[in-house]
Write a protein that binds this ligand. Structure first.
Ligand SMILES: [Zn+2]
Length: 381
């Protein structure tokens, strides 16, 4: 199956072309054509009419959408999230679980294992908690917090593969937990943590290279104790997820992070909860009531931010507007860096030989089409 997208502007890391064309052969990008080159035959030709093609985005931290949450343990909910994420130009995501009981997590993994695969790809789970610091729970349910436990990770991994575990590195056994996760091929990431810089360094020495929702629920930068925020800024080789909705971090903090770290280790995430794609109102997050209004989701109890209602295409728009980066650079944070952080080699670029995961967006970052493995799975009209 050969699919041709003609007349699109291409914005891929380190590469831009106006009015080019992209040819997919099955699930692979087969060739990129510049203006003037004769167009090849294809089984399906789509005229992009000047829309911009970007690498399909990868959301490695997302709990839900359209009133569904992965931790509901409901297969229909997983299918609903998978199909609706396409509207954001997302082609791959890591379904992300909340700090919950072992039973609830097992049920969530089981539902993800039965995903119908019709929307975005979900190759593995991001296990957020339950191994977090009780003093930094944020909107995670404190009732289910526990110490790092590789046996629980193994049990869940047997149900469906885990790609990433977010945990507090300062907890007892934190550094050996990093070693154990890496041995299983799982990416360890610091989250919901009161770690001092020295505690981070202990885990860094074992291979920790990721920070979950950078700046949120982690030790802030102080000039005598730089904490995890300081660690992320200092170690430019550490990947930092960031919720770029301008609420979880101010525009100036987003600008600072991109400026100091450079674009190569910044990863856009939504951290979206079930109210993403839904009207304002009251929702549930892991058993905690949440009020959603004006683009913010907050716990009813204390008004703490409780995940986001952000969409990836909006995150990308925000970053372009805030940092002034050209789109062809900003898209690194939307796809390629996430792929690198997880060890994927051929995802995140519009380049010959890469996986045919592509989104077509307009000048307002509205997604018109999303292609997963070369197949058009979403169309705005
Ligand atoms: Zn979190």
């Amino acid at each position: 199956m050969r699919t041709l997208i003609r007349d699109c502007n291409i914005a891929s890391p380190g590469f831009e072309v106006k009015h080019g064309s992209i040819l997919f052969k099955d699930n692979i990008i087969y060739s990129i054509l510049t203006p003037g080159e004769s167009l090849p035959d294809a089984d399906l030709t789509i005229n992009a009419n000047g829309l911009t093609a970007i690498p399909g985005m990868i959301d490695i931290h997302c709990h839900g959408r359209n009133n569904c949450d992965f931790t509901d343990g409901d297969v229909e909910g997983v299918n609903t999230i998978g199909i609706n994420k396409l509207k954001e130009g997302v082609t791959m995501m890591l379904p992300t679980t909340l700090t919950q009981s072992e039973e609830a997590l097992s049920a969530a993994f089981d539902s993800i294992a039965h995903y119908n695969g019709k929307g975005v790809k979900m190759p593995g789970v991001h296990l957020e908690g339950p191994f977090i610091n009780p003093s930094e729970v944020g909107a995670q349910n404190p009732s289910f917090v526990r110490m790092p436990d590789i046996n629980l990770v193994q049990k869940l991994n047997d149900i469906y593969p885990i790609h990433k575990v977010s945990f507090a590195p300062e907890l007892p056994g934190g550094d050996s937990f990093v070693t154990d996760l890496l041995a299983m091929g799982i990416v360890p990431s610091a989250a919901h943590s009161a770690a001092k810089y020295a505690e981070f360094k202990r885990c860094y020495a074992k291979g920790l290279r990721n920070l979950t929702h950078f700046c949120n629920q982690m030790t802030p930068l102080h000039h005598r104790e730089i904490g995890l925020v300081g660690a992320g800024l200092l170690h430019t080789n550490v990947f930092a997820e960031m919720i770029c909705d301008t609420l979880h971090s101010s525009p100036n903090m987003i600008k600072l992070a991109f400026k100091v770290k450079g674009v190569d280790h910044m990863i856009l995430i939504t951290d979206a909860m079930r109210a993403a794609g839904m009207p304002d109102g009251e929702y549930d997050l892991g058993g905690l009531p949440v009020m959603v209004s004006g683009g913010a989701a907050r716990l009813r109890e204390n008004a703490a931010l409780a995940g986001s209602v952000l969409r990836m295409n909006v995150a990308l728009k925000n970053v372009v507007e805030i940092t002034g980066l050209p789109l062809s650079e900003a898209v690194r944070a939307g796809a390629l860096n996430a792929a690198h952080s997880l060890g994927y080699k051929n995802i995140g670029r519009i380049e010959t030989g890469f996986t045919a995961d592509v989104a077509l967006i307009d000048d307002n970052f509205i997604v018109h089409n999303t292609f997963v493995d070369g197949e058009m799975r979403y169309s705005l009209d």
